[in-house]
Design a protein around this ligand. Sequence first.
Ligand SMILES: [Mn+2]
Length: 309
Amino acid sequence: MSIEEIYSLIENRNLKDDELRNSLIQTIINNILNSCKNKEVYIIGHNNPDADSIISSYILSNILNSMGINSHFSILDKNYDYTFHDKKLLEENFKYQPEIVHNLDNYFILVDHNDLQGLKKENVLGAFDHHVIKYEIDNILEIEYASTSLLIYDLFKYKYEFSEEEKYLIGLATLSDTDYLTSTRFTDIDKELFDELNLKIDVKEYQKKYFITTNFSLGVEKNFGINKKEYLRNNKKITRIQITSYDDNELNNYINKAKELGYLLIWLNYDNNTTTIYYEDNIIKLNYLLSSTYLVFKLLEDRKKLVIT
Ligand SMILES: [Mn+2]
């Protein structure tokens, strides 16, 4: 089997009880654990970490330490400020401080991303992630769970006893990564696992308290700067703007700006649970929330195919 075949077999969660799949998953976990032997490892999330990056890094370091691997919950010294989306959620619910790593010659395990982001390949021992595989490092355990924290929970729940607090934190990371359980990323399989955590929390209340929608008082210009992300898709550079709101009052202003700049706009309305997508002079309205840029790309590409055939 090629590595691509192995990864795509692992990715498919509907083959839940498939023996081959389970043994491949176990092989990758073992590869990562074995490569950690006699090393000090630093577990880091992505740049501008969100709750899922921080919490999965913290939880995985607890798990590895319990297995006798000297590991650290950490961040790098540059570009590792908590993302503003999750600042309040983390400040009020997460009391641990990551170690700050200055020396890039350490050994790393990546969580919640699987690209090097400036690290050397030989220093990265593996990754646990739920994003598209970039093939920049070896030993990636990537499955599209709602959050990396939930993935780690599911992988280790029979080998590690999660504390009540750890389960709570895994729940919070999952809330943050699924726009408080409203996004299509939160599947039935994820819901089952989330329920297994058995948290006694009112999700709506957490959403009201911590879910940050776009601050329209900043104006269109500024919001285009803050909410921008660049993607490379089929060799084409695409800049996307994601706006979250409880109404569509300013939608047209943002479409006009996206038109002017040639950007992709994803507008999420959390009151009606609708999505408006603007790209290359087309406006698409969906009667559900589609907050994954990756799924928006797929939707646009599928539509293009329909038009051509
Ligand atoms: Mn994540």
